[in-house]
Design a protein around this ligand. Sequence first.
Ligand code: GLN
Length: 423
Amino acid sequence: MSDHGIFISEETIEGDGDGPLADKTVAVKDNISTEGVRTTCGSEMLADYVPPYDATVVERLKDAGATIVGKANMDEFGMGSTTETSAFGPVENPAAEGRVPGGSSGGSAAAVAAGEADLALGSDTGGSVRNPAAFCGVVGIKPTYGLVSRYGLVAYANSLEQIGPLAPTVEGAAELLDVIAGEDPQDATTRDEGTDSDYAAAADGDVDGLDIGVPTNLVDGADEGVVEAFWSAMDDLEDRGATYHEVELPSVEHAVEAYYVIATSEASSNLARFDGVRYGHRADAEGNWNEEFAQTRKEGFGEEVKRRVLLGTYALSAGYHDKYYKKAQDARAWVKQDFDEALAEADVLASPTMPVPPFERGESLDDPLQMYLADANTVPVNLADLPAISVPAGETDGLPVGVQFVGSAFDEETIIRAGSALA
Ligand code: GLN
């Protein structure tokens, strides 16, 4: 294990030739498949799993000439906001001693913040690229659903997640997005968008005339120091020719509840494949099939994963399905509609990425609900399938603060442009 607990494996994977990333090193989150290199998802269940194929994004990195320098540590199966639930130990925040790096792509963000890699890939189901970017003082992009192939990404909640880039600068993250974006016949949810993109060119810092909507209910509840840093970033943008005004997003009050029902329901179904027969760990148990299956999962999964599988199984069970899962889907439709309306009145929406500064280590392990509530500003974007970027925007008491810009579907350029005026 490297410094700060950043990498789970440090095997180098060389790229081919001299493409656009020929001089770049990249850390890849350990839920993204790498042929011949262990891919653990931060779990005991997959501690010895070696994929027989590359994820599409890994193929694209290799074709672009990048050198992959390691598989980055993460919350087990992407479930968390602190990178403390990995079976391989926690990751430290290189930008804030004694604090968590955020999660679940904490290893990816820390790799970039500590200079262990030029760029990194994470995955974002409910904030897992943007949250660690904000906590570690780096840039992270959650692409529009369908812009980046999920082929080879181990699924947590597949209707919500996208692979996304992290980098010290907006331009770096945009360059990496240029390489990984675009339709993939292996992932039928990808769209014919982004294949010939030039997102890096959009990182020109030109926000003259940009109309920014601020959903105040995503600002007012945040920590005082975070709110101050946020408004000071808005003032910077105003000085550069942008304008901002308030917009309404009433549905986001229900987003955390809806997200945790949908995400855990999908997780309970996706993680059923870890049965000790087809993948990973198998308990050395005596007994019938059910007993072996139960023992395998009891040993292979950590506490947080078990909690989510149980929650999701309950939400999907006969008699409760309409009460929880269907209601959550209705809330998701409402969130989408709210964003569409707000984005009809503004070019981008802005809010703090996280309502709080990085948690102290250990703080949220005993209080998962508190941790879930801190996802209030990131999960609505996944429910709405939209693109968002988190960029560093100053500090509160020496701790990094991130500002998030949300754009219309497949309009990555505008959020990149807005972000590049700040970082
Ligand atoms: N914190 C959220 C969760 O635990 C987001 C995780 C993610 O985006 N993978 O589900």
